[in-house]
Write a protein that binds this ligand. Sequence first.
Ligand code: TXA
Ligand code: MG
Length: 343
Amino acid sequence: MTADIDQSIELAVSKLKAGLLVAFPTETVYGLGADASSAAALERLYAVKGRPTSHPVIVHIASVEQLTDWAKDIPPQAYQLAERFWPGPMTLILPKADHVLSQVTGGQDSVGIRIPSHPVALKLLKAFAGGLAAPSANRFGRLSPTSAQAVEAEFADSPDSSDEVALVLDGGPCDVGIESTIISLLNSQAKILRPGMIDAASVAEVLGAEAFSSRSSASASAGETRVPGALPSHYAPQTKLTVASSEQLIELVLELNAMERSAAVFAFDSTVAKLRSNLSGLAFDSLVVAPEQVDQYARSLYEQLRRFDKLKLDRIFVEAVPNASAWDGVRDRLERASAEAST
Ligand code: TXA
Ligand code: MG
């Protein structure tokens, strides 16, 4: 890493210590960081995100030794999972340590904790030497940013954006591309509350099949733990998005095309090929081949949706992804992105 980034990190730490907000890269998505031990910084964070204060935020730390600063009664499963997946795209929900502020936990008895693997995030966390509360660096309900440019764009519309986000650390495009897998270890039961690129099978491999059945991971919304990310219309682009099988998608696109309305399509190779031959020369604004590999798909998804959104087309169509558990995280984000807002 260059001297430049060292200087930026020094500046970032001084802003954070002053109760200001700093956006930083993680391997999943960019986070909007605030000192997790400062009520004033957390209040600023909620205000800038436009997020209801009842929604908990994840505390980011640099090492497993810091776990006990934020959680108590930590079960052995936490250390097993940490050993295997940290630093990395996993968040653990644990009983909170007594002093943890209610602005972090949304008033619950639990706290979400993660050690990210992005080198800039780790460097920042080590230099800060505390916990950073960091939700994704987007306004409430919008797509998570996966580049520094996307963060800048997200907050550019405010009259004095430097008041809101003091600094954006640029760590390049995010490698994972969708938010971390959230695993609750409360009540001696492991449960996936939000699927991500660490899938149920990998978690079961670490914990053993009996301790963790992926059936228990089906849905967080029915449980007693609130996960605002589980609101159906979270992570949504502003253009109406529809997920459809190859055949349905082709039908829908041709229908729309006949009505001379515009659409963007993100579909696998063979579907795009069929569309191209069917559309035979008709202008179509944006026809993009989706990666077949889930890692590459996740990495490009939000960037692609943001790009489509900017085109201000009538619709976005995405081809349904495979049913395999490796695609659970991606499928979940597509479902949320296609859900109608509930109000
Ligand atoms: O990958 C990620 O997790 C990114 C990066 C920046 O680390 N962060 C992120 O934060 O996605 P956010 O705030 O956008 O989503 C965090 C999710 C929310 O749905 C929240 O409800 C859940 O984590 N969460 C946090 N603490 C919780 C708790 N104590 N119990 C249940 N859910 C919790
Ligand atoms: Mg978010």
